[in-house]
Structure formats: structure tokens, C-alpha cells
Design a protein around this ligand. Structure first.
Ligand code: CA
Length: 690
């Protein structure tokens, strides 16, 4: 870069820089800082501060004894020195671990105080940053802690989406640390009837990844008022690199939230569960108040003529295409992977973030953590980009971000009905004509999707109606038994389709969000715990436990069959054959290939209220799932054809020989036994003896 371009912007004339210039090549050439030392870098001997403030005329770092704004406990204000690429630096000798700080930035003739965008932790409500000796917060064994699913592709994941409060708030959870990170560290918790809850429940379910709704510091819950119940999903970021304080046992002391968050990750890893964070880089709580924008006005968020773009619907959109925003997001994700051992990231409204930023994140994280998985909401939304020709990370651009997966609203809507009408039916609830789209979804290749490694298949998440509520609303005249069959049919599809299965916590026990005045809550983002919390006592009823066992069984079957977990479209298309000539609202597939020598899987889905007889390829087939049960054990045998019960899935495997050890130690070859029993009868099905 020519030196005159560097010199155009100096501390003397930078008052004249306007937000309209932030995205120019000249500005980025002069003011892109690439070092790894932004924020407060602690050592026992000294702490170094560096903040990026290219439009400032003066910057100070204020050191405080405590983390609560309004408290008169200033220790010292240190002037900072202008340094390379628009950064400012200061250094303080001594051990500053536990000292709080802010920056005072003079720009546009006005001095504002701001938290550090690179804060590692903060005091209450995230307004003052804290210098921290991060190693001092590590739990025992942290250096040996890691992803229990290290090395496995994303299609091996089974993802369970949970809010920290929802798992523990119910009176019957048996969990001591209600609403806290520590609630997810408790083992042996149970309902009054002795049914496992919390971490034990999640572990027993067999999911591989626990996806937590926002756990970075957000603004909508007042951390000074934890004596009153407050609920929010937390899609309103304040400090991207700081754990949320309300989930800690003491939001006033900055080290506590860090230490307890790590204890949670460690406990989950020890239980064999990987951890995914929901990250919301696409917008912030209040753009004008966001610390980055206070330090460099309007830099972090897209604006035009000082009006913020609002594609997110949350008041502002992040200008990820700007070099120092991109760096901030890359640094932030990498920090969570490095410091907190996070194994996956779910990006909220990732369609507002540019592909280059997403690919930079994936590459940076995978350098040291090749196991980390990435997925997000790739909806197409209007936004006021500040550069030309910037592709955004949407479903439609999926080929440009090959290591990033997207929620498939295609399969969601085809299964349960369009998201835009609360009571619209889908395939499971009687909508005809969904076969073609679901055939593509079963192959992990809806129209927008290059292959199964990029589609997250789901029928419920925190947004919109819970699956069971949607089913009840869309089929008010169906029986409860049929409602449950619809629920389980959706689960069977998502759990056997190519791609990444995902579901909202509690779907496996018919989670519902009823409103006190009747009806169901379709947007419970700030609804009380009484609506949101998982109702553990439901598991006292056999009906709910049976659904839970069905999910456990589907997950176990998926885990046992690599043919269901393929990563690329070519492999799927060479191994998955669609069965033709079926009745309406029936789908069936044959799956066989080198991944499972000597085996063939046959899966049929019948959405009709009557049984559908589906012809089977020649041979004897072991049944692993029907309308009532599912698992990795044989529950019956079929030859010639199988009657797929009303509103249900049938999962079968033809295997040359399957040896099982009976409780008395006898080994039996099930294939041979079944063939003898079936005796060539056309549609013999040996039901399991109950
Ligand atoms: Ca907070």
C-alpha cells in the first residue's frame, strides 16, 4: 500500500471520517489491524490494553475497583497512545486480575465511556469489562477436556436445542441450581417419581450435541434483579465474548460466570455430549449503545445517512463486510472454541452475514479445532450492505460456504405445514402432495442444498409453535393417539433422512407451550417459565415415556447405520433408491452401499389414516421400527410386503446374519430363524412379544 494512503488518515484529521467512508478500500488499507492482542491482555507482571478507535482524538482506559456503573470506585485513568492501524494502547504494571475497566473515547468532539468490545468478562449487566487471568477459571481436568465427538462429520451429530432455564425451572426437575449453568452439571437428578431429568435425561436420550440458546451476555434480563423471575431467549447481544451473567450464581463478580460456564462445558463433555452455542452476530441489542458503535460511531452496524439497516427486524444489521467487524466475529468465534471448548456454532439469521466472513470463521476455527460444526438460519432478507457485490450466507448461496449447514425450512414445512399459518397441516397431518419435496429432503438435497452435510433437518425449534401444539392445532378432530403418531412420524423422518437431525428440547416428550388463556404460545421469547420450562412430571405417564423411548430408539438406530449419515450428494444418490408405485402420501426408500456390507435398509413413511401395504424387495427383513416402537433391536420380521400402519414409519433391515446374545447366553442368528418362521408367506410380520 502506498504510504500517502496511510497518511491520509491521522489522529489530526480523522475527525472528518464519516461512516460512509468506513467501507472504502482506502479506509480499510489504513485501518485494518491484524494483531491478536485487542482487549486486555493479562499477565501477572502487567496488563496491556489495545482498542481499535480510528476516529478518536483521544482515548483513556479507566480502571475501577468494582464492576457496577455508578459506583465511585475509580482507581485511575490512563491515557492511551495512538498506535498502528487506528488502535490505541496502554500498559499498567502489576497484577490486575479482577480489576474492572472501561474506555473513555473522545470523538466528534464528544467523550463517551464504553465497555471493551473484546471484554473477556464484565461486572453486572455487562457495562464494565474486567481484566481476568483466564487460566485461574479453569476447572480441574480442563487441559484434558475436549469434544467427545472429535473427528466425526456433522452428519453424525444429533442436535438437541435447549434454553438454560427451561431444563431446570420446573418444580419437578429435581435440579438444585435452577436457571443456572450449574443446573446442567448436576447428575442423578430426578422427578419425585424417580424419573431422570436434566443432564441424565439428555444423556439417556442419546443425542450427541446440546445446542444452547444464547449464553453470551445479552441485555433483556436485568442481572441486578434476579430475585424476580425473568425469562428471555437472549437474542439481544451486549458483550459477544462474555457469558451471560443471569445464568451464573453471581453476576457481580466477573470470574464467576466464566468459571461456571466452563464447569458446564466440562460436565457435558464428561457425559459424552458436545456443546453448541447459539451466536447472534447479525445484530446487537441497541445499535447506538453497543460498545463498538460508541467507540467508532456506526462502524459495527450497517447504516445509511445515519439510519440503521433493519433486515433482522431487531433494529440493526451487523456490517460483517467491513474488515474490523469481520475480524471481530472471527476472533470471537475462535475465542469461544479455544477458551471454552465449544464444539459447534449455530448462527442466528446468518443470511445477513457475508460468505467471506463465514468462510473466514470456519477456516480460522478449523485450523485448531477441525471437529467444530457450523450451521445457521440462511433465510434471504433485505439488508443495506455497505459494499458492492457481497454474497450473503443464505441457503441459495450454500455452494459458496461448503462447510456451513442450514436449517431446512423445506423439510420442516413439508412435514408439519407452512410456518406462516399456525394451523396449516403438513405431510404428517394429512396434507397431500408432499411426496416429491420430501423425497429430495430424505436425500439431504432440497432444491437449495448441495448435499446432506449442509442441511439441518427438523420439525421443531424454539421459534414458532412446538411440534405437538402445531399438530393439535392443524388436526383438531384427530385422536390423541393419532396426534402422537404424527409427532413420531415427523421424528422418524428427520432421524433417518440424510443430513443433520435437530429438535427442540422436549419434543421427545410432546412438549407443549399452552397459554394460560387457551391456545398455544407461538413466540415464547419472553413468556414466563410456566410456559417455557420443560414439564418433567409428564414423564410420570406411560404415554410420554413411550414417546421418549421411540426417540431414544430412532437415535440409536441412526447411530448404528452409517448409510444414514452420508456427507455428499453423490454417495447418497448412489446408495439411496426411491421406491416407485406407492399409494398417495406414502414414501419408501431402499438404502445399501459399501458403508454397510451385506445389508440393505428399507424405510417407509405412511401419512394416511389407513395402513398401506408396501412391497418389500426379495428376502427376509428384520423390523426395527413401527408405529409404536423403534430401536436398534429387532422387533419382528417381514417377507414379501409389510403393512405400514396408519400415520407411521416402518424401518427394516435385510442383513445376511445378525447374531444377538440372549440374556441366558445363547446366541441366535436372527436372519435364519426369521426365514424359517416366515416360510415364504407373502406378508408375514412377526410382532414382538410384549
Ligand atoms: Ca446480561
Amino acid at each position: 500500500m502506498k504510504s500517502y494512503e496511510q497518511e491520509r488518515y491521522t489522529v489530526e484529521n480523522n475527525q472528518h471520517i464519516t461512516p460512509a467512508q468506513y467501507s472504502s478500500a482506502e479506509f480499510e488499507a489504513a485501518y485494518t489491524y491484524s494483531g491478536a492482542d485487542l482487549g486486555a491482555t493479562w499477565s501477572a507482571a502487567k496488563t496491556c490494553f489495545r482498542v481499535w478507535a480510528p476516529t478518536a482524538e483521544a482515548v483513556k482506559v479507566n480502571l475501577y475497583r468494582g464492576g457496577t456503573p455508578g459506583t465511585e470506585d475509580l482507581l485511575e485513568s490512563l491515557p492511551m497512545t495512538a498506535a498502528e492501524n487506528g488502535t490505541w494502547v496502554a500498559e499498567k504494571a502489576g497484577d490486575l486480575n479482577g480489576v474492572y475497566y472501561t474506555y473513555s473515547v473522545t470523538r466528534r468532539g464528544e467523550t463517551v465511556e464504553a465497555c471493551d468490545p473484546y471484554a473477556r468478562t464484565t461486572g453486572v449487566n455487562g457495562l464494565r469489562a474486567m481484566v481476568i487471568d483466564l487460566a485461574s477459571t479453569n476447572p480441574a481436568g480442563w487441559n484434558d477436556d475436549g469434544d467427545p465427538h472429535y473427528g466425526l462429520p456433522i452428519t453424525d451429530a444429533v442436535i438437541y436445542e435447549l434454553h438454560v432455564r427451561d431444563v431446570s425451572l420446573d418444580d419437578n426437575s429435581g435440579i438444585h441450581n435452577k436457571g443456572k449453568y450449574l443446573g446442567l452439571t448436576e447428575r442423578g437428578t430426578a422427578t419425585p417419581d424417580g424419573i431422570p431429568t436434566g443432564l441424565d435425561h439428555i444423556r439417556n436420550l442419546g443425542v450427541t450435541h446440546l445446542h444452547l440458546l444464547p449464553v453470551y451476555d445479552y441485555g433483556s434480563v436485568d442481572e441486578t434483579r434476579l430475585d424476580v423471575p425473568q425469562f428471555n431467549w437472549g437474542y439481544d447481544p451486549v458483550n459477544f465474548n462474555v457469558p451471560e451473567g443471569s445464568y451464573s450464581t453471581d453476576p457481580y463478580r466477573g470470574a464467576v460466570r466464566v468459571a461456571e460456564f466452563k464447569l458446564m462445558v466440562k460436565a457435558l463433555h464428561d457425559a459424552g455430549i458436545s456443546v453448541v452455542m447459539d451466536v447472534v452476530y447479525n445484530h446487537v441489542y441497541e445499535a447506538g449503545d453497543f460498545c463498538f458503535n460508541r467507540i467508532v460511531p456506526e462502524y459495527f452496524s450497517r447504516s445509511k445517512d445515519h439510519v440503521y439497516s433493519n433486515g433482522s427486524g431487531c433494529g440493526n444489521d451487523t456490517a460483517s463486510e467491513r474488515s474490523m467487524v469481520r475480524k471481530f466475529i472471527v476472533d470471537s468465534v475462535k475465542y469461544w472454541a479455544d477458551e471454552y471448548h465449544i464444539d459447534g456454532f449455530r448462527f442466528d439469521l446468518v443470511g445477513l452475514i457475508d460468505c467471506e466472513t463465514i468462510n473466514a470463521i470456519v477456516d480460522a476455527v478449523h485450523e485448531t479445532h477441525p471437529n467444530v460444526i457450523f450451521y445457521g438460519e440462511g433465510w434471504t432478507m433485505p439488508t443495506g450492505l455497505t459494499k458492492e457485490n457481497v454474497p450473503l450466507c443464505t441457503q441459495l448461496n450454500a455452494a459458496q460456504t461448503p462447510k456451513f449447514a442450514f436449517f431446512s425450512d423445506t423439510v420442516r414445512d413439508a412435514l408439519r405445514g407452512t410456518v406462516f399459518v399456525d394451523n396449516a397441516p403438513g405431510f404428517i397431518s394429512g396434507l397431500a402432495g408432499q411426496e416429491a419435496v420430501l423425497e429430495k429432503c430424505f436425500r439431504g438435497q432440497p432444491d437449495w442444498c448441495p448435499g446432506p452435510g449442509q442441511t439441518v433437518n427438523y420439525a421443531s425449534c424454539h421459534d414458532n409453535m412446538a411440534l405437538f401444539d402445531r399438530i393439535v392445532l392443524s388436526t383438531p378432530n384427530a385422536t390423541r393417539e393419532d396426534h402422537i403418531r404424527m409427532n413420531n412420524l415427523a421424528a422418524a423422518f428427520c432421524m433417518t433422512a440424510q443430513g443433520v437431525p435437530f429438535f427442540q428440547a422436549g419434543e421427545e416428550m410432546l412438549r407443549s407451550k399452552p397459554l394460560p388463556g387457551g391456545g398455544f404460545d407461538e413466540n415464547s421469547y419472553k413468556s414466563p417459565d410456566s410456559v417455557n420450562a420443560i414439564k418433567w412430571a409428564d414423564l410420570s405417564k406411560e404415554e410420554y415415556r413411550q414417546v421418549l423411548r421411540y426417540y431414544q430408539g430412532l437415535i440409536a438406530f441412526r447411530k448404528a447405520h452409517p448409510l444414514l449419515r452420508q456427507m455428499d450428494a453423490e454417495g447418497v444418490n448412489a446408495t439411496v433408491t426411491s421406491v416407485s408405485g406407492l399409494a398417495a402420501n406414502v414414501l419408501a426408500f431402499r438404502i445399501s452401499g459399501e458403508a454397510e456390507p451385506g445389508k440393505e435398509i428399507f424405510i417407509a413413511f405412511n401419512a394416511n389414516p389407513t395402513a398401506a401395504v408396501v412391497q418389500l424387495p426379495v428376502g427376509t427383513w428384520n423390523v426395527y421400527a413401527d408405529a409404536e416402537s423403534a430401536g436398534d433391536t429387532v422387533i419382528g420380521t417381514a417377507v414379501g410386503a409389510i403393512p405400514v400402519e396408519p400415520i407411521s414409519a416402518a424401518i427394516l433391515v435385510k442383513e445376511e446374519k445378525r447374531i444377538e446374545t440372549k440374556p441366558d447366553g445363547r446366541q441366535i442368528a436372527l436372519g435364519a430363524l426369521a426365514a424359517a418362521a416366515a416360510g415364504g408367506i407373502l406378508a408375514a410380520v412377526l410382532r414382538r412379544k410384549k
